[in-house]
Design a protein. Sequence first.
Length: 292
Amino acid sequence: MLVPRSLRPIDIAFFTCICLVWAINLIVSRVLFTTFDVAPIFYATLRFILVAVILSPLLFPLPPRVWGFVGIGLLMGGLHFGLNFMSLATAPAGTVSIVLQSSVPFTAVLSWLLLAEVITLRMTLGIILSLCGVLVVIWKPGTSLLEPGLIFALGSAGCIALGSVLLKRMPPIGPYRFQAWSAAVSIIPLVIMTYLLEFDRWGSAVAVGWPFWGALAFSVLLVTMFSHVGYIRLLQRYPASLMASLGLMMPLMTIALGAVLLDEQVSLIMLAGAAIAIAGFVVVLWAPRPRP
């Protein structure tokens, strides 16, 4: 895959590892929610409780503009992951991974609105092309409705895009400290949601045993402590729209893993939509970016 010349080779390799961990996490989560019937919001809640406990010493002293970090932490934490896990409970991992990449055009548009980044004609065409491709992927033939799981995935992509752009407007904060705040502010909303929607499934999730706890450990240690901290480090170094675009590797990895490990069907319509979307993402990535 083509990459911008301004990106250091070591950062390219690092982000490739990050995307691989994200792809594996989508597969693991899909198995938990479908094979073992684990409640998705309950799983997200436990994940953030563990992260908040591990990183609790980093919550103090309070960062400057603390309420801004509260809002961004909720967007990139509880809302993003809650919607993401709900989508994986009802939709194939490969399809979800493609829809999540709609964060690329979302980020470009939000960067224009909130960061005064100029959107060129080429970027506009790329955004339109990518959204058309995503619509092809998520549309359910023979019905007038979209799959609820893919609507959740669109919401998840919107949350991560808005959070990433808003984070660029905030004072610098250490990645681990940001993860601590993101986890802490996400706990109460997630607890309320899982109590109202999933209380009767808590016991069955814990009864799954080592697959549940192993997946939770993978999610906390590799996904949060490694991948998301690494992503925030790169986000602080490179433009938000560029980092979102480099996530093109993740859906390709997820589709391959889903087909091999979960026997997920890859239809011609899905491949066509993915090709259109990825073409649009590449146009957004390589479009000239004038100074704000």
